[in-house]
Structure formats: C-alpha cells, structure tokens
Design a protein around this ligand. Structure first.
Ligand SMILES: [Zn+2]
Length: 229
C-alpha cells in the first residue's frame, strides 16, 4: 500500500554526484522538487514527460551543489534558475539559512519560505514532514514522506555529512543522527543527497546495523572518532 502511494524519482546530476529528487502524490501528479541543481533541463524534462505539476522547491541546506549558486568561481544552476523558467516555486529553506541562501543563490526574500522542524507541507493526500537535523550546516533539514526519508548531507549510506566546514557542528550532527534519524522506524527508506555508496538507497534499519556513525552510544565517543576530543 505504502509502496504505490508516493511518487519518487531520483536523478543523479552534476559532477559532485548529487541526487535531485522529485517527490509527490501519484494521483494528483503534484510534486515537490528537492535540491534541484546542476541540470535544470533534466528536471524540467522529467516534469513534462511525466506530466507532473511542481508546487514547491525544498532545499536540504544552502550549499550551492544543492541550492544553486556560486562555488569556487563557477555558477551552479539551481532554485533561482527554476524561477526564470516560468516555474514560480517558493523555495523552502530552514529559517537559519535564509540569509545565506539570498547571498549565495541570488534569491530574494519573497522567493523563500522559512521552515522549522515539525513543519508539514500538504501535497494532495500526502504529508511532507520537515525534520531539522543540524550538524553539516546549522539549518540542514530532512524530509519525511510516509516512510521515505530524503536526508540531504546529514545521513549518507554508510557515512554522514562533513562536519569540518564553516557552520558545521559535530555535536549537533551526533544529536541529529542518534536522537532523530536513528529513531525513525527501521523500514524507513533512506534517500541521501549524494551517490557516495555502491547503492542508491538504503533503510534506517540497515544503516543502524552497518553505518558506524549511527552506532556511537555517547557523544564523547563520536567526537573522539571525528577528531574533536
Ligand atoms: Zn553540503
């Protein structure tokens, strides 16, 4: 039953092995675009061929490989380019990253909806639940759609996102991994923000068994392993 109740398409785009997701309600064909970046043509083509109606852009965090913007002098297409394509989609970003997003991706404040953990976006008969999972960045968020988790750069298959970047916080990452994501049901399907593993999706149960970063009992052990204590 749950299997057919969510439309979920995973596109691998760009040289950094990013996953872009199109997720929605198969009946109404309404979808959200999650971290649309790099190849906006590919995203728009999918919408047209599958006859999908996008209603919002959701961004897991402000890094330009997910949001679009300038990275090391190169421009990465992203949320701002969608706005130029007659797709006036509001960009849902955690409230702590709104100003970064304006600066990095050239979005105006009126393009952005500021979110916080616990928010729900209704999409036809589907609910998209926003989980605030700081650590990789202050406003990293994951999206839970029935039993599917789109995890951005918080949880990868077999690893987790970097915590050595500006704005990263390893103690917050521990809390997000162990106290939030690891407490989701074991059968929750995991869809990460990059194709860094030998497979493209996993489950929370599988990761709890095999992903070292979810297995630390104490914060201090996690910090020591990460080189911070
Ligand atoms: Zn990132």
């Amino acid at each position: 039953m749950a299997q057919s109740s969510v439309y979920l398409k995973q596109l691998q785009l760009g040289p950094m092995e990013n996953f872009v997701y199109v997720v929605g309600d198969p009946q109404s064909r309404k979808v959200v675009l999650i971290d649309p970046a790099w190849d906006i043509d590919a995203v728009v083509n999918l919408l047209e061929t599958e006859e999908l109606t996008p209603v919002a852009t959701l961004v897991t965090h402000f890094h330009p490989d997910h949001l679009g913007g300038n990275l090391f002098g190169h421009h990465i297409a992203g949320a701002a380019e969608l706005l130029e394509r007659n797709l006036p989609l509001k960009v849902y970003l955690h409230k702590t990253e709104v100003s970064y997003a304006q600066r990095i991706a050239g979005l105006s404040r009126s393009d952005i909806v500021a979110t916080e953990g616990g928010d729900i976006l209704q999409l036809g008969s589907l609910e998209i639940r926003f989980l605030h999972t700081p650590g990789h960045t202050p406003g990293s968020q994951c999206f839970l759609v029935e039993n599917r988790l789109i995890s951005g750069d918080t949880l990868f298959i077999g690893s987790c996102g970097r915590v050595d970047l500006p704005g990263s916080d390893p103690a917050q990452m521990y809390d997000s991994l162990v106290n939030k994501l690891a407490r989701l049901p074991d059968d929750t399907e995991l869809y990460p923000g990059h194709n860094y593993a030998s497979r493209q999706s996993s489950t929370i149960g599988q990761e709890k068994r095999t992903n070292l970063y979810l297995r630390f009992q104490r914060l201090e052990d996690f910090l020591r392993f990460m080189g911070y204590a």
